[in-house]
Design a protein around this ligand. Structure first.
Ligand code: URA
Length: 433
């Protein structure tokens, strides 16, 4: 088999066979196929797409390019969730403990943030001592003992995806539906859970800009997961404003804790109830979503979700007193209000602008080497649908840096107004199973 023939076939719109796809994935991850040929194939896939069978074969080959985790020694149904990435997305830190408190087993591998999107691992590290490098045995033992562990992904999981993703990042081939779907699903499938819930975001600040594209991506990923024997479902959620109020690492952890204490922002609570009830259904703990929502609400009201987060942080070596006393999180030295110069009803809060501004305040990495300021970020004071008067505070910028005026301008520019009231949509736009 020759790589040049595989590139030519895809360039001309052909469908690649399972053996051609394996030849590429294995050859590329072993370093036998050079970057220039892999780039050419990625670009051909970008323009020609892949049929469902090719996409499933690509996922399977990438999943088997490294270790797969065997969770069979954990009793009960193992559930996992994955978000395609958003601004203010602290969902795993509240949803994970809640579903675990309701009896599901959550063995989750998470990632770090890059650019304007945050990552669960960075957020967890805002609690001193928290380890995200558990060995496979420690990870499994912890889930068996307390029902939940959130860990970093080891270098041995899907090495082919790591290499191909880095290449796509610099060859303008990231936003190809089959490449995104196979990249996400290969990692989720290698992580070993029985059930997967995907939260596919759309809007500014998300990979998919439109509801239609998000639905297509979700359907592709659900088909891949199902065809490889996992109960895979997806919700399509809105990123036309950041999720909740807080954007930035410690600020988001505090918001997750407040939510587990029963004081969460409306959209975030709605997302957790919807996603949690589906995961409990997948774990066969409830029969209907209504029952699931009732269980999630109970785990918030009786404090068992909060206790589960406390147990997880303690088990991973973190200072769990931060969970019980969140005022221990350091505050930024500057908290600067951004004030509205207009009056009206908010129709949109551009997530990309808020995410980028939070990053410039210190909350994110501009390069892989940048150090994160855990206290930095943005806390919204208004959400879509709210009426805003001239002079009212739209958001607070938290930072330890001297703030440039332009960043405050970027934050206020993210708020889009209408003269008339608007009706807000539910956060979940579609459910695919
Ligand atoms: N997230 C991934 O893991 N892979 C992609 O290709 C896009 C988002």
């Amino acid at each position: 088999m020759r790589m040049v023939d595989i590139i030519e076939k895809k360039r001309d719109g052909g469908s690649l066979s399972k053996s051609e796809i394996s030849f590429f994935v294995n050859g590329y991850s072993r370093g036998e196929i050079p970057d220039y040929q892999a780039s050419a194939l990625a670009m051909a896939i970008y323009f020609r797409g892949m049929n469902p069978e090719e996409t499933a074969n690509l996922t399977d080959a990438m999943m088997h390019s490294g270790d797969t985790i065997d969770l069979s020694s954990i009793a009960g149904v193992k559930v996992d969730k994955h978000s395609t990435g958003g601004v203010g997305d602290k969902t795993s830190l509240a949803l994970g403990p809640l579903v675990a408190a309701c009896g599901a087993k959550l063995a989750k591998m998470s990632g770090r943030g890059l650019g304007h999107t945050g990552g669960t691992l960075d957020k967890m590290e805002s609690i001193p001592g928290t380890r995200i490098d558990l060995s496979e045995q420690e990870f499994i033992d912890q889930v068996n003992k307390i029902g939940i562990a959130i860990n970093g992904q080891t270098a041995q999981i899907t090495p082919a995806d790591k290499k191909l993703y880095a290449l796509r990042d610099v060859t303008a081939t990231v936003d190809s539906l089959p490449l995104i779907a196979s990249s996400i699903m290969s990692k989720k499938l290698a992580s070993g859970s029985d059930c997967i819930l995907l939260d596919v975001k759309f809007g500014s600040g998300a990979f998919m800009k439109t509801l239609d594209d998000a639905k297509k991506l979700a359907k592709t990923m659900v088909e891949i997961g199902d065809s490889l024997g996992r109960d895979t479902r997806a919700i399509i959620t809105d990123m036309d404003q950041p999720l909740g109020l807080a954007v930035g690492n410690a600020l988001e952890v505090k918001e997750a804790i407040a939510t587990l204490n029963g004081h969460g922002p409306k959209d975030f609570v709605e997302l957790i109830e919807q996603a949690g009830s589906i995961m409990l259904e997948q774990a066969k703990i409830v029969k209907t979503q209504e029952e699931g929502i009732a269980l999630i609400r109970k785990a918030i009201a009786d404090g068992s979700g909060l206790e589960k987060l406390r147990q997880m942080i303690a088990a991973q070596g973190g200072d769990a007193t931060y969970v019980t006393n969140p005022e221990k999180f350091p505050m930024a030295s500057h908290i600067i209000p951004v004030v509205s110069e207009k009056e009206g009803y908010l129709t949109r809060i551009d997530s990309l602008s808020i995410g980028l501004a939070a990053m410039k305040l210190g909350a994110g990495r501009e390069t892989m080497e940048s150090k994160i300021d855990m206290a930095a970020g943005i806390v919204l004071n208004k959400k879509v649908g709210d009426k805003v008067l001239k002079g009212e505070v739209l958001a607070y910028c938290h930072t330890n840096k001297e703030v440039e005026e332009s960043i405050l301008g970027e934050v206020s520019g993210a708020f889009v107004y209408s003269k008339t009231p608007i009706k807000t949509a539910p956060i979940v736009h579609a459910y695919i199973k």
